[in-house]
Design a protein around this ligand. Structure first.
Ligand SMILES: O=C(O)CCC(=O)C(=O)O
Ligand SMILES: [Fe+2]
Length: 336
């Protein structure tokens, strides 16, 4: 798109990239208050939702970024038990303040990801109007991230660029208010009474819901998944950022049952992935005499799963509180 068609002061129309949420996946509290029409899971906030843009970066840019990340100085990597990560743009303190560092050229200049993201409008309304922080996660096949909600340090918009492999972002709902109240009541009764303190531990499984003292309980299975292709951008913005939890299952491949929960099928760019999604769906249909048998590949089978490779994700956010004092100076001094 030329600069004439799209001056940098204007934002792209994100609406064209919205992932439409089927009614049955909306958080339980939404069912009562909002009708089935024009309800996309984000209430009155029309800017809220999940937006999926395939091929946000080119294959050359992807290769360049992977190389830059993989050749970053070793101390840049923080190793967790199930993945490695890098921070760019500075460190966020426990009190949600960014101790800033300059963004590296590979995020700001070439490719000019920060300004490209600014133009999407994803950060419209945030303090800086553009991301000032980037977390890089590396997931080898079989690695993932537990279901969670992102912290309060950030403006509620996340831009995630995927490199090297697809993945499925699994989206979970919290349990409904009535069930949560039951859990809370049980906890209160237990705490007030002479009961054995060990009887209601900090974390427990009730039915198949995980209940953690002091936290909202979530449903055990994802209510839907978003397939992210390499080079794609996923924007999570507004209410959905808080209404749902998100995670990535620790799997080396995504089987048909998992693929059947993907809700952005119509937005997938890669023809091979589209075929696997269709075959996965067909494989889960009850056999019907009326339906023709699915066309088989050369080896007689249609692939119904997607094998994962190493994936790097760039999650870019706007940390609204930025330290300008001594912290900032220290941040600059500890730059690696
Ligand atoms: O890697 C991803 O796509 C998700 C990462 C994530 O949820 C996070 O860093 O908070
Ligand atoms: Fe997250």
């Amino acid at each position: 798109m030329s600069i004439i068609e799209e001056p940098s002061s204007q934002h792209q129309d994100l609406e064209a990239y919205r992932i439409h949420l089927p009614q049955h996946v909306l958080p339980s509290s939404s069912h009562d208050t909002r009708g089935p029409t024009n309800d996309n899971g984000d209430g009155d906030d029309n800017d809220s939702g999940f937006f999926y843009i395939p091929d946000f970066i080119s294959a050359d840019e992807e290769e360049y970024l992977i190389n830059k990340i993989n050749t970053a100085p070793l101390p840049k990597w923080k190793t967790l038990h199930n993945r490695r990560l890098q921070y760019w743009g500075g460190q966020v303190t426990a009190s949600n303040v960014l101790i800033p560092q300059d963004m590296p050229d590979f995020l700001e200049k070439f490719p000019d990801l920060v300004s490209r993201l600014e133009r999407t409008g994803a950060f419209r309304g945030s303090k800086h109007g553009r991301p000032n922080h980037c977390l890089v996660n590396e997931y080898r096949a079989g690695q993932g991230i537990m279901p969670h909600e992102d912290g309060a340090a950030y403006f509620p918009a996340v831009a995630t660029i995927s490199l090297g492999s697809h993945t499925l972002l699994d989206v979970y709902r919290y349990v409904d208010d009535a069930l949560q109240q039951q859990f809370d009541k049980k906890m209160e009764q237990h705490d007030a009474g002479p009961g054995d303190p060990a009887a209601l531990p900090r974390e427990r499984i009730e039915g198949n819901v995980k209940v953690v003292r002091g936290a909202r309980a979530r449903e055990p299975e994802p209510v839907f998944s978003i397939l992210q292709e390499p080079r794609s951008l996923l924007i999570t913005r507004g209410r959905v950022y808080r209404d749902f939890l998100h995670g990535i299952a620790e799997r080396t491949s995504d089987p048909a049952e998992a693929l059947s929960k993907v809700i952005n099928v119509g937005q997938i760019r890669d023809g091979g992935i589209q075929e696997v999604l269709a075959a996965a769906k067909a494989s889960l249909q009850p056999p019907s005499k009326l339906m023709p048998v699915a066309k088989a590949d050369g080896d007689g089978t249609r692939k119904t799963e997607l094998v994962r490779d190493t994936r790097l994700s760039l999650t870019l956010r706007d940390v609204e509180k930025v330290s300008k004092g001594l912290g900032g100076l220290l941040g600059a001094m500890t730059r690696v």
